[in-house]
Design a protein around this ligand. Structure first.
Ligand SMILES: [Zn+2]
Length: 480
């Protein structure tokens, strides 16, 4: 295989494989700043799809997009103590502007609760001003000291952060779970990545939240990846930022709040979950190019009829809302093109050669299974549409099977450690609810509680570590 292709097998060396796919599939490049990446065209196209999908969802439920400054005065960050403690180890600071030392240093936003809520305090006066439901698409900076990995852990990344304020606790709670559902929909229906949903433990929740709900996926190396979170902030921030409204009862009330986010991490999950030894595999629903048409032409002989037919097919696909490109470059052979489009993960390749033309047919090659089928030229649109659906479904079903295979119920600590080492994945185990047990398990095994299921699973099991009465069954895993 040439040096443009993937040289490491996903099964043999997952970590190396990932780095190769990221670079060779034009997803990202390393930046001259440690811990940062350049988002290249392939990853940014997926991000734009995610933006398009999520914008549609939140706008239809009355959210508005806005943009706040990336600088946050230190005094703002410090107002909510728990929040500040949680973020300060990773904050990058601006201390100087030009030649002038700043009187108050400015944080480059690690998240925007504090600056947004100080503004909410100005905007909100009466019950008529509520709810406020805003969202911003932006970059955030968290000065990671751990080893970084493209898309999964970088010092700067892109995300959306939604922030809302409501009159009642019930409204805020509903918002938290509505958003969680929208996230799940994007992950499962569009990115074809199955997720587990639940609540974080107090140790793992967002700094400053009442509770954090989470969506967790499983990567092929057996590690969990947190895909998104939706937080119920209660009145914590309303108290420190004094966000009050005069109710219909003419009395002052504090608002109830939520915040929620998904990030370019999702791209890392997509690469890991669906990619293979030929490169990236993009699910049709988030592919900016769903079909590539490659005319099989040779240097000798007249290929104008094939090119002509290819253009017709392209037009027809586009007319039917299938995004397609025609690769009629003369300087590359068909084989070279196949290879390149596979590397980029385009779901379907349509080939049309002299023999196909004679028989009035095309060949459809699917990226996920490499299978090839033929269709009559006049049936191209229908055949393509149903194949795109099949690919989308297959990617999800395959990932779901792998996830289910890697959820293991363990009954004692030896089995816990053993399963973690040999199989990985999610370990369902009883936990007494004490932070001390959670922390000790983390220190000894590297596994954290990824989530507590919404529906408590009743069990008579004792805590996996201390053997005391357990509160519930929770999901442990090592994670990114
Ligand atoms: Zn315990």
């Amino acid at each position: 295989m040439s040096d443009t292709g993937i040289t490491v097998s996903k099964k043999d060396n997952f970590s190396e494989w990932y780095v190769e796919v990221v670079q060779k599939s034009c997803l990202a490049d390393y930046a001259p700043i440690k811990g940062c990446i350049i988002f290249r065209e392939q990853s940014y196209a997926i991000w734009e799809k995610i933006q398009e999908l999520f914008n549609k969802k939140i706008k239809s439920s009355g959210h508005k997009n806005v943009y706040f400054p990336m600088f946050i005065p230190e005094s703002f960050l410090k107002k909510e103590a728990e929040h500040f403690e949680g973020f300060v180890p990773e904050v990058a600071w601006v201390t100087q502007g030009g030649e002038t030392i700043l009187e108050e240093k400015l944080a480059i936003r690690p998240t925007s609760e504090t600056i947004i809520y100080s503004t909410f305090a100005k905007w909100i006066r009466s019950w008529r001003d509520l709810p406020i439901k805003i969202n911003q698409w932006c970059n955030v900076v968290r000065w990671e000291t751990k080893a970084t990995k493209p898309f999964l852990r970088t010092r700067e990344f892109l995300w959306q952060e939604g922030h809302t304020a409501h009159k009642t606790s019930e409204e805020a709670k509903k918002e938290v779970f509505d958003i969680l559902d929208e996230y799940k929909d994007i992950m499962e229906k569009f990115l074809a990545i199955p997720v587990l949903v639940g609540i974080k433990t107090d140790n793992e929740k967002f700094a400053g939240a009442l509770y954090t709900t989470t969506l967790e996926a499983l990567m092929p190396d057996g590690k969990a990846l947190q895909m998104g979170t939706s937080h119920n902030l209660g009145q914590n921030f309303a108290k420190v930022f004094n966000i009050e409204y005069v109710g219909e009862d003419k009395k002052n009330h504090k608002v109830w709040q939520t915040s929620w986010g998904i990030s370019t991490r999702l791209i890392g999950a997509l690469i890991m979950v669906h990619g293979d030894d030929r490169g990236l595999v993009v699910p049709p629903q988030v592919a900016s190019v769903q079909v590539v048409i490659v005319p099989i032409t040779y240097k000798k002989g007249d290929s104008s009829a094939i090119i002509e037919k290819s253009k017709e097919i392209l037009e027809n696909l586009e007319k039917n809302n299938i995004s397609a490109v025609l690769d009629d470059r003369k300087e590359y052979t068909p084989g070279w093109k196949f290879h390149e489009w596979e590397l980029k993960g385009i779901p379907i390749r349509i080939e049309i050669g002299p023999r196909d033309l004679k028989q009035n047919q095309i060949t459809l090659a699917r990226r996920d299974t490499y299978q090839k089928t033929n269709a009559k030229i006049e049936d191209t649109v229908q055949a393509t549409k149903s194949l795109l659906d099949e690919i989308q479904e297959n990617l999800y079903v395959t990932a779901k099977e792998r996830l289910l295979e890697k959820i293991t119920k363990v009954d004692d600590y030896e089995a816990f450690k053993d399963t973690l080492k040999t199989k990985g994945g999610f370990l369902k185990a009883a936990w007494c609810g004490k932070s001390s047990c959670e922390e000790k398990i983390k220190a000894e095994t590297g596994a954290t509680i990824r989530l507590k299921p919404f529906m408590k699973e009743s069990s008579t099991d004792k805590c996996i570590l201390c053997n005391e009465e357990s509160e519930e069954i929770v999901y442990f895993a090592r994670s990114y």
